[in-house]
Design a protein around this ligand. Sequence first.
Ligand code: MG
Length: 371
Amino acid sequence: MKITDVEAIHCRVPDVAEIADGTLDVLIVKIHTDSGLTGLGEVTSQSYVCKAIFEAPRSAQRRHGLATILKGEDPRDVERLWQKMYYETNRFGRRGAAIHAMSGADIALWDLKGKIEGKPLFDLFGGAERKTVRAYASLLFGETTAETSRLGKEAAALGLTAVKFGWGPFGKDPQHDLEQVRAAREAIGEHRELMVDAGHAWDWQTALERAKLIEPYDILWLEEPLSQDDRRGYSELCKRSPVPIAGGEGDVTHWDFEDLIERGIHVVQPDVAFCGGLTVARKVSEMAAAAGRRCVPHCFSTGINLAASLHWMASLRHGDLVEYCLRPSPLMRKLVANLPPLVDGRVIVPDGPGLGIELDEEILEKYRVRE
Ligand code: MG
C-alpha cells in the first residue's frame, strides 16, 4: 500500500478575533492512498506557514516539504515515517512550525493505520481502559466577575465536573484575580474541580505569591503562570508552589517534555495537533507516568483534535480527563459531522476504525481559504 497524495487544507472563519481561541483558523490534513482509504489529521498553528511546509518541493538534503517526503511510502509504518519526516526537515525543522505540521501528518497516518486494520485507534494503542473520558470545560475569564460567574454556571449546568478559566483580564492585578477566582469557585460549587490558566502573566516570584493567594479556593492546577521559555523560573516555582503547576501546550517533541518533567512540572499538557502528533503525545504520557506526573491533553481546536485526544486518553491507565472546548466556532462544532458527544460530563470515545470520525465536506468547503 502506498501514499498517493497529501493535502493540507486551510480553513478559517471570516473574522478571526485576536483572543486565545484555537477554533477559528486550522489546517486539515488528508493523506490519500492507492487503497482508496484516506487519513485525517489537523494542525493547530500558523496555517499559512504549515501549509507551505507540506507543499514545499524537494530541495537539498534535509530541507524537503512533508508531502514529497511521504508520497510513495507505506502509510502503515507510522513511527518510521515520523522519524523520516523529522530527519528530512531537519535543516528548518526540529522544533516550531515543522513539528506542528508533522503533527497533522502523524494523526492522519494513525487514522489510516486504524482504517486499514479495521480497528479504532485505542485498540492500536493497547486497548481501551474506558469508553468515555471525563471532560473539563475550558473557558476564558469574563471581562467582569458577573460574566465569569454566568459562564461557570453554564458549564455546571452541562454536567461538567471540572472547569478551567483563563486568559482575558486575568493576571494584571492581585485583588481582581482573587475576585475572579472566587466568582468562578462560587459559580461551580465546591464539588467540581477548578483550574486556572494564567496565560504567561508573571515571573516566578509573582506566580508564587498568586498561587498562595488563590490556594484557599482549592485549585487543581495553575496553568502556564510563566513564559513558556522561562525554564529556570519553572524549576524554582514548581519546588515551592502550594498549587500544582501545569504547562506544555507550547512544547513540541518528547525532548521538550523531558526538560519540563526534569524541572518538576506537575501536569504536562501536550496538544496532539501541535506537539508532533500522537506518536509524540504517547511518548510524553509514558514519560510522565514514569516520573509520577499527570498528563492531560491540551485540546482547543476541532473535533479531529478531540477524537485523537480521546483515543489516546482512552488507552491510558491514568487518562480520565480531557480538555473540552465550548467555543461556538463552526470549525469546532460542525466540521466533524459526528463530533464525539458530551454526555453527563463525559465525552464518548468514537469506536469506528481509526479516529472514527467523518468530516462534513460542505463545512470544509464553506470555510476553506482559496488563494
Ligand atoms: Mg492554556
